[in-house]
Design a protein around this ligand. Sequence first.
Ligand code: AMP
Length: 115
Amino acid sequence: MVNDCIFCKIAAGSIPARLAYQDDQLVAFYDLNPQAPTHILVIPRRHLPGLAEAEPGDQALLGHLLLVTRRIAEQEGIAASGFRVVINTHADAGQSVPHLHAHILGGRRLGWPPG
Ligand code: AMP
C-alpha cells in the first residue's frame, strides 16, 4: 500500500468505488469518467506503478489480470459484441494514475487508431 495512491486506497476500501469484481489479487471497479457505455478498471491489490515496472515475477499476476478482463467482459455482456483492453503506460500514452490498471471498454463501436 502506497499512502498517497488513490488506487491503493480503492483496493483497501478506504475510498469508495463501484466494484465490478474482486479476488485475492485483483479489484475491478467502474471508471468515474466513462469513455464508453462499459468502462471498468482492473488493478492489482499490490501497488505496481505500471506495465513498464512489471518484472518476470509478475507474470502470473499479469496473466490472471488478462483472463479476468475477459471474465468481466462476459459478466458485463460485452464479450460477444466486442471489447478493448488498454493499459496506458507513461506520459505519451496518457497514464494519469501510477498504479497499474487495465481499462475494459465496450458497449459501442470503438474507433481505431486511438487518439
Ligand atoms: P489512465 O489515464 O490510463 O491513467 O486512467 C486513469 C483512469 O482512472 C481514468 O479513466 C479516470 O477516469 C479513472 N479514475 C481516476 N480516479 C478514479 C476513481 N476514484 N474511481 C474510478 N475511476 C477513477
